[in-house]
Design a protein around this ligand. Structure first.
Ligand SMILES: *Cc1c(COP(=O)(O)O)cnc(C)c1O
Length: 163
């Protein structure tokens, strides 16, 4: 199934992977593409940090072209000054990465602290993940006005009057 766009039928693939992961005792799945490289998670893209570099599978690696992924690539470069590389990622690279996380509209930024039962980094959310999450939340909550064009204010965000 072409995963490039968000289409309800694509969710079946994520459901199958999630069910298998759950049966095997994992929280969730990371899908590989036909080349055996890391693609993405069920409903989220994957990013990893190695030696200060932010790495994520490219748009030709059988991923959904995620808005969150594109936003984080821009924020990582512009706000954190990180080098971001879009390239094929091996499954075993996830084991030795310093940090791994999912990103997506629903996942926002979700740290991954173990893969195939190998502990990633020190087994906790890493510092670059935390910093990117802070920058991302400032943008999506409208606090960072430099990216105001990315967000649509909704009524629920308005402050409730005191009484
Ligand atoms: C929704 C989704 C993503 C993330 O895309 P966003 O546009 O950031 O929400 C990634 N992969 C899959 C399979 C998805 O369904």
């Amino acid at each position: 199934m072409p995963p490039r766009i968000k289409n309800i039928s694509n969710y079946r693939n994520s459901q199958l992977a999630s069910a298998e992961a759950s049966i095997d005792g994992y929280d969730t799945a990371i899908l590989l593409n036909a080349q055996g490289k890391v693609a993405e998670g069920p409903g989220a893209c994957v990013m990893l940090v190695r030696d200060g570099q932010l790495i994520t599978p490219g748009v030709t690696d059988s991923i959904l072209e995620s808005i969150t992924r594109a936003s984080l690539i821009e924020l990582a470069r512009d706000r954190l000054g990180l080098e971001v590389v879009e390239r094929a990622v091996d499954r075993t690279e996830l084991y030795i990465a310093d940090e791994v996380f999912f990103c997506g509209t629903a996942a926002e930024i979700t740290p991954i602290v173990s893969v195939d039962r190998y502990t990633v980094g020190d087994g906790e959310q890493g510092p670059i993940t935390t910093e990117l999450e802070r920058v991302f939340h400032d943008v999506v909550r409208g606090k960072d006005r430099a990216y105001a064009g990315w967000v649509t204010p909704v009524g629920a965000a308005r402050a409730v009057p005191a009484d």
